[in-house]
Write a protein that binds this ligand. Structure first.
Ligand code: DAH
Length: 339
């Protein structure tokens, strides 16, 4: 039995030194010291020993157990340290490695040009007004001289929320809202989204942007309208651009005009971008209708004004040579990063 114990001690010591994980260490413990372990089995056999042998073997068995327990403690400490070192080595950060450059975003082309337009008008003493996208029928149509059943309503396929509430089809309601709140002199632009029940194609979107302009004061004339809009168009497209005013009709201005710029691509000779015309339509404008003024409590005998409405997408497309309006809303980085 003594040999048996010594053999166990030797084999255990050998095995222990070759263990490489906490998991195998636990298996080792069970195999030698567990209820069915080798050392335990030997101790169980002590019942058959003589009275002289029993204390000697008992003492030896205890010594072997103490030895194994101590050796296992030491091994466990070694394994824990190794595990921690491995973990640290794994998580090491090389602070000398080159960093990954964060991708910088930039402003959407519509925002870029809108900012330019704002700057141009701020420079001429305008301020910027904002109003609701969900608008009363009264402001979007009625107060602008477009009563129910007026044919002008047909050209603006409207999203109705109910009989009295619409998604604004134009930024022109901001003329009325401004004049109700503010007495002349008035000089504002009102950029924002507008909504029309249009089918989507290369030049139509049910949501797009307009920039409204309004000037009201004593003695404002068509000459002021022409001067202001020519200045705007030249600052936007360049000093060499020719500007043309064509008579037109809008219910809320009288007289009304559509304003064209000579094609920036061909200089007026006619090309693909201006569809051979030499001119590109930029905006609608006119002298504020006396009825619109008086409905807002401004005396048309004392004051006069002009107004204009610019389609933002259209001027950005023309200026940047973009042929499909849908590209603005696709959020495709390959497109957006070009501007
Ligand atoms: N609101 C018009 C439209 O959406 C554009 C417009 C024309 C605005 C003439 C004006 C204006 O202020 O005077 O078609």
């Amino acid at each position: 039995m003594k040999e048996q114990l010594l053999a166990i001690r030797e084999r255990a010591a050998q095995e222990l030194s070759s263990l490489s994980s906490l998991q195998t260490l636990e298996e080792f413990r069970i195999r030698f010291l567990g209820k069915k372990g080798e050392l335990t089995a030997v101790l169980r056999g002590m019942g058959g020993l003589s009275a002289e042998e029993r204390p000697v073997i008992g003492a030896l068995a205890n010594e072997v157990r103490t030895f194994l327990e101590g050796a296992m403690e030491e091994k466990k400490a070694v394994l824990l340290a190794a595990e921690r070192d491995a973990k640290l080595a794994n998580e090491v950060v090389d602070v000398t490695m080159a960093g990954r450059k964060p991708q910088l975003g930039k402003l959407h082309p519509l925002t870029q040009v809108l900012n330019e337009v704002k700057d141009i008008f701020l420079g001429m003493g305008f301020s910027i007004a904002e109003g609701p996208d969900v608008e009363l029928d009264y402001y979007n149509f009625e107060a602008l001289n477009i009563p129910k059943n007026h044919p002008a309503r047909d050209t603006q396929d409207t999203f109705y929320v109910n009989d009295n509430v619409v998604l604004r089809t134009q930024t022109s309601p901001m003329q009325v809202r401004t004049m109700e709140k503010q007495k002349p002199p008035i000089r504002i632009i009102a950029p924002g989204m507008v909504y029309r029940s249009d089918a989507v194609d290369a030049t139509h979107s049910p949501v797009f942007h307009q920039i409204e302009g309004l000037v009201v004061d004593k003695g404002v004339t068509m000459g002021d309208l022409k001067g202001t809009l020519e200045t705007f168009i030249r600052q936007l497209y360049g000093e060499d651009v020719a500007v043309r005013f064509r008579p037109h009709h809008f219910p809320f201005t009288e007289p009304s005009a559509e304003v064209d710029a000579s094609c920036f691509a061909c200089g007026g000779k006619g090309c693909r971008i201006c569809k051979g015309e030499g001119w590109i339509e930029i905006l609608g404008a006119g002298m504020v209708h006396p009825k619109v003024l008086s409905r807002c409590g401004i005396d048309p005998e004392v004051y006069s004004g002009f107004a204009f409405g610019v389609g933002l997408e259209r001027i950005v497309m023309r200026r940047m040579g973009i042929s499909d309006i849908r590209l603005f809303y696709d959020n495709d980085m390959r497109f957006l990063s070009q501007f």
